[in-house]
Design a protein around this ligand. Structure first.
Ligand SMILES: NC(=O)c1ccc[n+]([C@@H]2O[C@H](COP(=O)([O-])OP(=O)(O)OC[C@H]3O[C@@H](n4cnc5c(N)ncnc54)[C@H](O)[C@@H]3O)[C@@H](O)[C@H]2O)c1
Ligand SMILES: O=C(O)[C@H](O)COP(=O)(O)O
Length: 390
């Protein structure tokens, strides 16, 4: 029986992928095998020594101490693309909110609640509506920073709205490049994107290299009247610099899914309570993907969509499988194979892959192994953990 600790509400559709005869699921456990969460902020001390894997039902993993997990041999998974459509739809709504007098218009109509004369109300609205005139998106330029799952979907939708789309992504994967419409013009640097776009939308992860990326000097490149959207992460944008750019008229508007006190109560800011992925569909997609990945890892040692372990899958064969994580240094695999050979245990199949500091091995054996042999492998210098999967 595997124990799964949930630290946020996880969609029932995802939890159903973990059958109760094999998985115990609860929001409190002293020694869980795995953790399933959304945006819950997890510290290294919160992670019990029994934890083998963490599944993030969502895209961003900045709430998880990934580096420390890697050192401890804990695989961290996310759900790439599973909530991208939800974010795309919200960003398209935000673009229209940022171009038309929708919110002030609605707020104005709400002030007329005491009027009882319909004809007088119509007359008043026709007179006042000029205050809520907007502009159209068609023909404007949208700059997308980060052309991954969300960025590429937004690019396609914006092109359908008649916008010109430019993008910047210095780390674009081959798969993401295939998904990108060919009419998206790629910029060589982020400054050029800021200088050309009427609307700029951020869809990149928060990393050491992207924290505070949108700062005073970058914002100085903006076209007059530009509108900035942040549905990625709060830390990517220097809020003080944005407030200053708004005050100085460098930016016309800021729309974000990450409110902070300095932004509340301004007419030129639209704030949403981190609802980019809050749809039934996205929550289900993320939970199902995260649960399936955890299950395949716990049951078979296979790894799909890990952010810190190499991706690796091997069909099951043999009697028993060893899943071994070790430091990525020479000779460890040789030593492991030597121990198995000395014990005359036949290797039926095996796969070994590395990623940065660690290596991960799946070794299918023709016969069962003793506890002593596992202890022998576990005590090899550089071996982080060993799992025996029946
Ligand atoms: N508001 C929300 O609820 C919500 C929902 C989902 C995701 N997000 C955030 O959006 C981010 C992107 O999600 P995704 O699913 O598109 O991820 P993704 O991994 O598919 O795409 C991210 C892209 O950003 C690119 N990138 C990395 N560094 C960059 C840089 N310095 N400049 C420009 N691009 C860079 C990567 O190469 C990649 O193509 C997530 O990391 C998460 O923080 C927010
Ligand atoms: O990175 C993500 O996937 C989003 O920020 C969604 O976070 P949530 O699962 O807490 O809504």
């Amino acid at each position: 029986m595997y124990r799964i600790l949930t630290l946020n509400n996880i969609s029932i559709k995802g939890l159903e992928r973990l059958p109760r005869d094999e998985y115990e699921i609860a929001s409190e456990f002293s020694s869980p095998d795995a953790i399933l969460l959304r945006s819950h902020k997890l510290s290294n001390d919160d992670i019990a020594s029994s934890v083998k894997a963490i599944g993030r039902a969502g895209a961003g993993t900045n709430n998880i101490p990934v580096g420390e997990c890697t050192q401890r041999g804990i695989a961290v998974f996310n759900s790439p693309g599973a909530n991208a459509n939800a974010v795309k739809e919200l960003v398209i709504s935000a673009l229209t909110l940022g171009s038309r007098g929708i919110l002030p218009g609605i707020a104005y109509v709400d002030t007329l609640a005491d009027m009882t004369d319909g004809a007088a109300m119509s007359k008043l609205l026709e007179k006042e509506k000029k205050r809520f005139k907007g502009r159209e998106l068609a023909g404007k330029t949208l700059g997308i920073v980060g052309l991954g799952a969300i960025g590429s979907m937004i690019a396609r939708a914006a092109l359908d709205l008649g916008m010109d789309v430019i993008g910047y992504d210095p780390a674009l994967s081959v798969d993401a490049a295939w998904r990108l419409p060919s009419s998206v013009q790629r910029m060589d640097n982020i400054g050029s994107l800021f200088a050309r776009a009427d609307y700029i939308t951020l869809h990149l992860p928060v990393l050491d290299a992207t924290r505070g990326l949108v700062n005073e000097s970058l914002l100085k490149n903006c076209k007059p009247d530009a509108c900035l959207l942040n549905f990625a992460r709060e830390e990517i944008v220097d809020t003080d610099a944005v407030v200053q750019a708004l005050d100085e008229g460098i930016l016309r508007q800021f729309i974000t899914d990450f409110p902070s006190p300095a932004l509340i109560g301004r007419d030129d800011v639209i704030l949403m309570p981190h609802i980019g992925a809050s749809t039934d569909e996205a929550e289900e997609n993320c939970a199902v993907m995260a649960a399936d990945q955890l299950r395949d890892f716990l049951r078979n040692g296979n790894i799909r969509n890990s952010v810190n372990f190499p991706n690796l899958q091997l069909e099951r064969s043999g009697e028993v499988r060893l899943a071994i994580t070790n430091r990525n240094v020479p000779k460890i695999l040789n030593s492991i194979l030597g121990i198995l050979a000395d014990a005359e245990i036949n290797i039926v199949d095996m796969l070994n892959k590395s990623r940065e500091d660690i290596a991960y091995n799946l070794i299918d054996l023709g016969s069962d192994v003793s506890d002593e042999l596992i202890t022998q492998i576990q005590s090899l210098e550089g071996v982080i953990n060993v799992r025996v999967i029946a």
